[in-house]
Design a protein around this ligand. Structure first.
Ligand SMILES: [Mn+2]
Length: 362
């Protein structure tokens, strides 16, 4: 077991303790509690520890299965069956899994739990079967809201949520799957993931949401996590390999103690491939040892930055295409140079981010 995995378990349990301290009436998890249908034993014991602490604190837990933890056939046991048999009574834990809608009444609120469905039409069928309560109605479901469809995560059995299901008849909609914390409608939010799951998420807000159903107020809650920090961007134009390494060491030193056990990234902007290969890795070993991980994000000047589409071998060189476009505009000399330089820097950083998200999704 690596250190990152241990930190994730520790942070998760510390987050549960912080949530218990806030004394909520219920805790909602909108899916992908586990990353796999057959979680590691340690993931199970951590989840069971968390559920025991919540049960002892008298806080009921409502969950839906996400696409990662969804059993694909009716003969495959769901990891949630293990949790449900773990000595939790009615009132402690309510999970919707195996493609089945579940309705749970807690006080004057009714929770409509729609887990990740095998087929996209499963959501519509479940939605049409909903009997709305005259009190407060909360929808908990998992998938990608169509408003975010340009941000598809390309993961297994990912479904797009039809906008009509995200109805204003619900007082609140708790959504899972998308890792950023974001509001997608007046009444609908993704709480996001607790941790930064890949470097493509470095700018995202992480934590939980405190929802007051009576007032409609939704507030961000900071929860324990391994920090992911950007140590800035080094303009590598004209720098030697030694100077780039010095720049990285300076960036790590000026960030001080916050890099300890953190996940850190330095962007090397406009570096040449040969300079990158010549970086003295031994000189970086000491700063790396302070951190959990150090990523050198490379925006290489001599990288063709082609993007390949799913089944196509035809890549598009966006940087060259952009430069040709600028040239055709016949700008004044200084303007052309400025627009090319600024534009290609933006393009390269967007392409690098896109590649990271692509490579991180399995
Ligand atoms: Mn998911």
């Amino acid at each position: 077991m690596n250190l990152r995995e241990q930190f994730i378990y520790d942070n998760f349990l510390a987050a549960i303790d912080r949530i218990i301290g806030l004394r909520p009436d219920a805790l909602v998890h909108a899916g992908d509690l586990f990353h796999q249908v057959k979680p590691k034993t340690r993931a199970y014991t951590t989840a069971l520890d968390a559920l025991s602490r919540l049960r002892d604190a008298g806080i009921p837990v409502l969950m839906v299965a996400g696409n990662h933890s969804m059993a694909k056939t009716r003969y495959t046991a769901s990891p949630f069956e293990v949790l449900e048999r773990g000595g939790f009574r009615a009132g402690d834990l309510y999970v919707a899994h195996h493609n089945r809608y579940r309705q749970v009444e807690l006080g004057d609120a009714v929770f409509h739990l729609i887990p990740n469905m095998l087929l996209p039409e499963g959501y519509r069928t479940a939605y049409e079967g909903i009997e709305f309560s005259s009190g407060t109605n909360v929808l908990v479901t998992h998938g990608l809201a169509s408003i975010l469809k340009d941000k598809r995560l390309h993961t297994v059995a990912e479904h797009e949520l039809d906008a009509t299901i995200l109805s204003d008849r619900f007082d609140y909609i708790a959504l899972g799957h998308y890792h950023n914390q974001v509001q997608v409608a007046d009444n609908a939010w993704y709480s996001g993931s607790l941790e930064h799951c890949n470097y493509g998420e470095i700018a995202e807000e992480k934590g939980g949401l405190a929802v007051d159903l009576a007032s409609g107020k939704v507030e961000h809650i900071d929860l324990p996590r391994t920090p992911m920090i950007s140590l800035g961007r080094i303009n590598c134009d004209g720098l030697s390999a030694r100077e780039v390494v010095d720049g990285i060491l300076d960036a790590a030193d000026s960030a001080g103690k916050k890099v300890y056990q953190a996940i850190c990234q330095v962007t090397l902007d406009g570096i040449r491939r040969e300079t990158l290969r010549a970086l003295d890795q031994k000189a970086l070993a000491e700063v790396r040892s302070r951190m959990l991980d150090l990523k050198l994000q490379v925006l290489a000047v001599d990288d063709p930055s082609r993007i390949f589409y799913e089944d196509s071998l035809v890549g598009l060189d966006y940087v060259a295409e952009f430069e040709r476009f600028v040239e055709r505009e016949h700008l004044a000399g200084g303007d052309e140079e400025f627009v090319k330089k600024t534009g290609t820097a933006v393009l390269r950083s967007v392409i690098a981010r896109h590649k990271e998200v692509e490579s991180a999704s399995e």
